[in-house]
Write a protein that binds this ligand. Structure first.
Ligand code: SAM
Length: 192
């Protein structure tokens, strides 16, 4: 075992320190891993493990810059925590009722791929603005289901009921006929 092939965490340590960690059984390397890792145990870490009562994340203040006019808007740190603990970078996050896009915002921030669907076109446009503001216009995504010309906008506005103006539908759930508006990270499996 050698400190040189121990990766960024240990490369500045002297071989002596590395050997000491090794003697204590505090190093590990998976069968296919390139570098060694330092083992961490719950009881030696500071802080309190997160339980299912979260009192450290606050609701979105009505005066907050974050507030987008959705009465049910969740705070961004809440969605960041949920996505952070339940997915890995590169995983897909899917919100079929994406509203003002807090899930999408958090997923983008954490390097996840994402798909959002909403029955309201305004929600999709709101999310586009939100992403532009939050990530300086650098987010790569595509939007499906928004009428692209006058005729389809008129058809959308004049067709009543669930088969008309309220039925925007997209494909990831297996439907190829519907018209829900959708927004997705580029290369996410979304279809119109
Ligand atoms: C409470 S908001 C969602 C908030 C969002 N999940 C977030 O974390 O920011 C609910 C959204 O669901 C949308 N919605 C309601 N019925 C729907 C349906 N049948 N299909 C898709 N979206 C729908 C509404 O337009 C609204 O924007």
């Amino acid at each position: 075992m050698n400190a040189e092939n121990s990766g960024a965490v240990f490369q500045d340590l002297f071989q002596e320190t590395f050997d000491e960690f090794n003697r204590q059984g505090m190093l590990r390397r998976g069968p296919h891993a390139k570098y060694y890792e330092y083992k961490q145990y719950l009881e030696t870490l500071s802080g309190v493990p997160v339980n299912n009562l979260w009192t450290d994340i606050y609701h979105v203040n009505p005066m907050a810059k974050e507030k987008l006019g959705y009465q049910t808007q969740k705070p961004l740190p809440l969605l960041e925590r949920i996505i952070g603990v339940s997915t890995n970078p590169g995983d897909y996050v899917f919100d079929p009722f994406c509203g003002c896009g807090t899930t999408i915002h958090a997923a983008e921030k954490l390097g996840r791929k994402w798909i959002g669907i909403d029955v309201t076109i305004l929600a999709i446009q709101l999310i586009q603005n939100r992403l532009t503001t939050a990530f300086s216009g650098k987010t790569d995504y595509e939007v499906k289901g928004i009428p692209k010309d006058y005729q389809s906008a008129v058809a959308l506005a004049t067709t009543d009921g669930l088969r008309g103006r309220y039925e925007f539908h997209i494909g990831p759930l297996g439907s190829s006929r519907g018209k829900l508006s959708g927004i997705s990270k580029k290369k996410a499996p979304i279809s119109g």
